[in-house]
Design a protein around this ligand. Sequence first.
Ligand code: C2E
Ligand code: CA
Ligand code: CA
Length: 594
Amino acid sequence: MSEYDTSNSFTSAYDNPREDKDCNVNDTPGSTDSTELSSLSTAVFDYIPQAILVLDRSGSTVLVNPAFKKRWVPEDKSASTMSFMDMDIVKRLGIRDVFMSVLEGAICEQQEFTYNPAEEGKTGPIKVYRVSAYPIRTSQEVSHVVFLEEDITREREAEDKAYRLSFYDVLTGLPNRSLLLDRLSQRLAFIQRYPRKDVLVLLNLDRFKVINDARGNQLGDSLLTAVATRLQSIMREADTVARMSADEFALLLPSDDSNSEQIGLTTMIITERIRDALRSPFLIEDESFVVTASFGVTLLPITDDDTPQLALKRADTALHRAKDAGGNQYAFFDPEMGETASENYRVERELADAIRDGQLRLFLQPQVDSAGSIVAAEALVRWEHPSRGLLSPAAFIPIAEQSDLIIEVGKWVLTQACGIIAGCDKAGQMVHISVNMSPRHFRKTNFTLWVKNLLERSGAKPNRLTLEITEGLFIGDMADIVAKMNELVDLGISFSLDDFGTGYSSLAYLKRLPIHELKIDKSFVQDAPTDTNDAALVEAILAVASLLKLRVVAEGVETHLQAEFLNARAHVLHQGYLYGKPESAEKIIERWKM
Ligand code: C2E
Ligand code: CA
Ligand code: CA
């Protein structure tokens, strides 16, 4: 094919709009005449590597160049018979909209797309293309639309490279300070709409300079890379690990919580995990190195107008505190939060051992009838801490509830309670025990099966066991909860709704759920004789219970006045210091016999 010969190209079959006098560039300097120019422009059109397609107003093909034909027209087809607007890729890219807007007078419209040959059953590298559409006007209106498709893969690669260079650390491949600042801004914007608190941690290696100075930069670099890799491997996917400077890293830990104590505890767990990870030696150039790190922790945002820079500054202040205190430790910007977090963390760690080492104690508190005889008891757990003495559940149950530890506690308590029921039964004594259930434990898929096995194993009669639940259980899959409760009720277990009156206390629950007993919260019981609102509430609860034929236990009865208030209104069971504080199970069982 000669340079100017277009007979082999598709264009000859069509009316070439560039043959229109207007399209000829006949004012070009030089002496070339118009026929020569025309064939020159045809040649340019033929050799240009970008794919060109010209459509008329109706969307019919007027002209294509060989590059277009090569890319988009199958060998056994002719461009003239193809409807490009109906092609899948054209639809997918919204090219019709591009076409319409150019027809309506837009000067140029562009669309980019990534072409993956594998998706079309072909082979080859993934490419990025840009499609541009330009109008051609005859007189007033747009007569044709020219589509130009360029391969911009290289351009994109260069941009990606530039992006990587400006937002990622060259040595470790981690996000750099700029990207961290950017992510911090994004999170702060997000948090404005969906309030919550994230955590920012600055981590600085202790004594890195000593190693670097003594062993040289190359080894220092290898160590930093190894630390970066290890850090990244233990963080969650949503976390950002960034390299801030030589031996300083930042961790952005997004959360969906706004409870500072809970976040503090989670941060502590993550920080401990990092410290653990750093403890195993790094093998660099056949030599092993142990590094420790100091951590500065802050929450963000702490004010409505918090900024990434301020957050970094706070984390840095905390980091310096950790360094000044000797390194290899963490410090919270807000020391109070640090204290709560480390206290919670300590409790959580120690409690796991305490359960295994037998430091939990089962206490019972009697529930008496109007004649003052014990008819049942509530199991209340205590922790006999080796150095801190007997701990109340308030000191550890809320912390245990934040993880599956509460399930271990719950299993222990239920096992003890069943043991007591079965043991007393054998000795000819009938006892009835109520056990507090945490929602987390109850929701476990195999909970009912576990209870069934426990009953069989221990020989405890199910009708001597009551499970105390709270309204917190009813958040979530109600159908599943009702099914589980029914399964347990079928075994003979009964359910009590604890702290009644403090939550939503929806009457709908009472109708829907197999509940046998209400426990009136102690705050109402204690104030009922003196506060008319509380008195009215207690009376309303008693009326509902009588209507639904539910047993009632009044909690926290401390005075005769409170007892009389209740007795004057209904037959309810009383539980409270007036009849006895929670005491060791053995003591209560002894008392029960009498
Ligand atoms: P709760 O279930 O509402 O238990 C009643 C609490 O009121 C007990 O506190 C009990 O000692 C206290 N109390 C009883 N009578 C009186 C009274 O006359 N006056 C006053 N002021 N208080 C009285 P305790 O034993 O400290 O338990 C606190 C909470 O810890 C319990 O509240 C329960 O939510 C939780 N808890 C205790 N044991 C367990 C357990 O084994 N499992 C679970 N999941 N939670 C438990
Ligand atoms: Ca209870
Ligand atoms: Ca209660």
